[in-house]
Write a protein of this length. Structure first.
Lengths: 525, 196
């Protein structure tokens, strides 16, 4: 069978690629979607097992996934095998690159935390002078958030905060527990707002491109999905300088193939997209491709406490349970910079549960009695802070190391700076004080971070901008150098704020492909 | 195609690429029914045999067993580290672990024995519990994100966690836990099989 020509080749099937497919196919555009991973069947690929049946009793095979702190023996096979697709970094500057290769990508497993960015991020340079503004403002993206949120059914409570714009929510009117109310009252004395966690409900708590985007795209008859297609590079027509398709290898057989398309949309996840462009040697006249790598530093259990009234079996319904979200509250007034860092951080917290045994300096029967007493009385929070995008944090191709398909891998050069360290210290101190103000007893405060990458929110490296000399993409996610090449995932971010990025990635992809469709209709692409 | 039908088609026909399902207008030739195999109940290796230990020396393994008895004794009908064969399991696990971790455990257990000999003129395994607990004093320090700088204190912290996990994830513990309502931890999880 001769190779087909497609209107648009989409690389990647997660949030960004899935949205591109959803939006373009609905407009009658014929798309081919390639993904490096298989089409999983939850019935076949997953199953309930007792932990004692696992070969390593839940410890996991030693050394299998050294960078994946999220991995355990139950889920080890859902992540990309680091030996199959390795990457390199300075031994003293690790980066925890967490990857999923399946149809649906990381959207199969995300925590569904769904927030909007604001002009505190889009116009961050105007606010504090650091870095660059995005080439778009909140007003440009708001209509797309408005469309994405109903698809994903985002639950939340409206607060009218400038730094965390409200969305089109499934209203969350559930009552707060006594512990949450007390925490919120204590926070209020410090000018800190506590709101409901904003989370995508999806369909039955499953909110993936696999169930919310790709089925509708398939229904148009305009989408072909090919799993197990590992893209090596995007190809260029030497006569026109435009991209004309991609080379890929079959994941199982390693057979090399080429596919042709009028337009290429890359949405393979932030760093895989950049890796593909770097290996293709395109779209880098600015020299910034791979640079300005940032994420959000993420510290789970940064403050752990116990709620005295909930101990010894008294923490019933209404006393503890549920949690909340603290949006950024630092450095909001541009005329009154606070603290010794730029930007800010957010936290989510939960109440209930039992504190981990490690927090109690006991053992044996004494420890068991303590755990029994503390059952259901825990407070813990996860801190997520903005990481400043810096040129010197970057990825490049390491020609000396290849993956299982012979494709050169990425080398990481990235570390956090004093700005992030100071921010973490302030957060842990402040939230500890809020806990104490609420009458909680602190068990642990930790301001030490995991290595970059742990949040699985890697951003930048292919950033947008108005100036082709300092950015890779224009404000429509089109490469400045090649008008029929778009990159629609988190790599296009200029700054990331402290909000989980998925809603913004989805909205950017929808906006970019709206514009692409119009340009194709007008004959400009 | 409605979303639900799409997902159902993935589940019902995993062997057929979804693109073909959606695009092939010709009626597919029915496949012969796959033979149905009977479902047999099977045990696990621990039901049939005992772990052959390779990694620790006899004095080290004796010290680890004793440490397990102290960290995780049988409590309120739940099995302890000894009943869960935690020390034997850790011998297997440490045999496959990094050299750093192997060194930490070996030197930590040797330290326990040498401190016991120095203070009480006995190997750690032969100490009375109050005597043994004297040597575990570093575990009284508050937990910090960074592990203790002292290798012995670090060993004790890791061993406490590992002994608890090896015990609570054993069949013995999970079975006992289920009988009292499953509130003690361990149990069942959603396992991802290796992907085709």
């Amino acid at each position: 069978m001769p190779a087909k020509d497609y209107d648009v080749l989409i690389i990647g099937s997660g949030a960004s690629g899935g949205m591109a497919a959803y939006n373009l196919t609905k407009k009658g555009i014929k798309c081919l979607l390639l993904d490096a991973g298989p089409l999983v069947d939850f019935e076949k690929n997953r199953g309930l097992k007792p932990v004692y049946e696992l070969p390593y009793r839940g410890f996991g095979k030693p050394g299998k996934l050294p960078h994946l702190f999220q991995a355990n023996e139950f889920n080890a096979n859902q992540w990309v095998d680091e030996k199959e697709v390795p990457y390199t970094h300075d031994p003293n500057q690790p980066f925890n690159w967490v990857r999923v290769r399946m149809i649906g990508g990381k959207s199969l497993f995300w925590a569904r935390m769904s927030f909007r960015l604001s002009d505190y991020e889009f116009k961050a340079k105007d606010h504090d002078g650091f870095g660059e503004n995005w080439p778009i403002s909140y007003a440009d993206l708001a209509p797309y958030y408005d469309q994405v949120e109903p698809i994903f059914r985002v639950a939340g409570r409206k607060e009218g905060l400038a730094q965390l714009p409200d969305g089109i929510f499934v209203e969350d009117n559930s009552p707060d527990s006594t512990a949450t109310k007390r925490f919120a009252e204590s926070a209020k004395t410090k000018g800190i707002t506590v709101t409901k966690i904003r989370r995508a409900l999806g369909n039955g708590q499953f909110a993936s491109s696999m169930n919310l985007l790709l089925p509708d795209a398939m229904a148009t008859g305009n989408l072909t999905i090919v799993p197990n297609a590992v893209v090596r590079d995007v190809t260029v027509d030497k006569k026109t300088g435009l991209v004309n398709g991609a080379n890929f290898l079959d994941r199982h057989s390693r057979r090399e193939m080429h596919v042709k398309a009028r337009v290429v949309v890359v949405g393979a996840s932030c760093l895989e997209s950049t890796r593909i462009l770097l290996n293709s040697k395109i779209a880098n006249s600015s020299g910034v491709l791979g640079h300005y790598l940032h994420d959000q530093f993420y510290m789970s259990n940064s403050v752990v406490a116990t709620i005295p009234e909930a101990r010894d079996g008294k923490g019933g319904r209404g006393m503890v349970g549920g949690g909340g979200y603290i949006p950024r509250f630092r450095n909001l007034d541009k005329n009154k910079p606070e603290k010794n860092f730029l930007r800010g951080y957010a936290l989510d917290f939960s109440t209930g549960g039992t504190p981990d045994a490690k927090y109690f300096p006991q053992w044996g029967e004494e420890l068991q009695k303590t755990l029994d007493s503390h059952r259901g009385s825990a407070f813990s929070c996860t801190l997520m802070g903005e990481v400043l995008p810096r040129f010197e944090n970057y990825v490049r191709i390491n020609k000396d190391v290849v993956d299982a398909w012979g494709i050169p891998v990425l080398h990481f050069q990235a570390k956090y700076s004093d700005n992030e360290f100071q921010m973490a210290k302030d957060a842990v101190e402040t939230i500890g004080e809020v806990c104490q103000g609420a009458g909680f007893e602190l068990l642990n405060r930790n301001d030490r971070m995991f290595p970059p990458g742990y949040s699985i929110h890697e951003l930048g490296t292919c950033r947008m901008g108005d100036n082709p000399k300092t950015s890779v993409l224009n404000k429509w996610n089109q490469a400045h150098d090649i008008k029929n090449l778009l990159v629609v995932d988190g790599s296009s971010f200029v700054t990331g704020g402290s909000q989980n990025p998925t809603m913004t990635i989805l909205s950017l992809s929808m906006r970019a492909t709206d514009h692409l469709a119009e340009e194709m209709r007008a004959g400009n692409i | 195609m409605k979303r639900r039908r799409f997902v159902q088609s993935l589940i019902a026909a995993p062997a057929v690429p979804v693109a073909l399902v959606a695009q092939d207008s010709a009626r597919p030739v029915p496949l012969p029914a796959a033979p149905v195999a009977p479902k047999l109940e099977a045990g696990i290796a621990d039901d049939a045999g005992a772990t052959i230990t390779h990694f620790f020396t006899t004095p080290q393994l004796s010290a680890l067993r004793k440490l397990g008895d102290i960290i995780m004794p049988p409590i309120n009908g739940a099995p302890g580290a000894a009943e869960a064969n935690a020390a034997e399991f850790l011998d297997f696990l440490l045999g496959q672990s990094s050299e750093d971790r192997q060194r930490l455990y070996r030197s930590g257990l040797d330290d326990l024995n040498s401190q016991a000999a120095k203070k009480f003129s006995k190997p750690f395994a032969d100490l009375e519990v109050p005597q043994a607990e004297v040597l575990l004093a570093p575990l009284r320090a508050a937990w910090t994100y960074d592990p203790p700088a002292d290798p012995f204190a670090r060993f004790l912290r890791e061993a406490k966690q590992d002994i608890r996990t090896a015990t609570m994830n054993s069949r013995e513990w999970v079975t006992a836990s289920a009988s009292v309502g499953g509130r003690r931890g361990g149990g069942v999880g959603l396992y991802w099989y290796p992907l085709d």
